[in-house]
Design a binder for this molecule. Sequence first.
Ligand code: CP
Length: 281
Amino acid sequence: MEEIDEMLETAQMFYDGKEDYKRLTGKIACNLFFEPSTRTQYSFQIAEEKLEMKVISFNKKSSSIKKNESFFDTVKTFDSFGIDLLIIRSLQNEYYKELAGKIKTKVINAGDGTSNHPTQSLLDILTIKQEFGFIKGLKILMVGDILHSRVAHSNLKIMKRLGAKVFISGPNEYLEKDAIFIPLEDGLLSCDVVIMLRVQFERHDKKFNMSFQEYNEKFGINSKNIGFMKKNSIIMHPGPVNRNVEISDNLVECEKSRILKQVKNGVFVRMAVIEYLLRNK
Ligand code: CP
């Protein structure tokens, strides 16, 4: 918990433009993204460049993955280059277990399958703290495809640990059994933070058998139900947004939305995590 507080404080310092931090000039980061990404991949790159690191971005399509080299051997290869930091996103849940004790380079998890997305959770928490000043006691609702969402899984763990009351809502087939369900309308009426989650079409075994309009009416934020939300409550979404599915197009940048603030915070949180890991190296 102290580690989280420390990283969030550093992230806020970066956000506020305070310049009294140690640069990581010349240290080398490799961004190994085995799954597509815009926000996480490029915010890590910007964070690394702000810290004056050298950045190597891995291109899966032109790598020896194309010659059937495994994930493990690819990571071992980068480890052998003698670099300082690996940022890894993989479609494999808990990929880091395979690497533990077998590589020397420090690793930051940029998302593993449907399991975890820790830096997204940190930037979500920073965004909420900037809004309310605290996390403990807040009511936080996550809505949508909880089952396939690594963001939801990380947030459920970390936000509960920080003392928030976390609820979920969405279609039955996308819910987690061990989280507290609340009907969407009740959640909108009572919660301080509403985190909409992307429907992860690419991870579904079964065909999505609902029109986008029906999903938006039943499980999305739309012009009819946004009025149920509490006066000072906010809407978040980790992105990318399926417009007119999780959230109506005209509400993506509405007054309650903090979606682009989350993106902005992503850079500062990732600077803080990198700085924390490499500070004494
Ligand atoms: N939130 C998030 O992980 O977005 P990207 O997939 O674009 O990195």
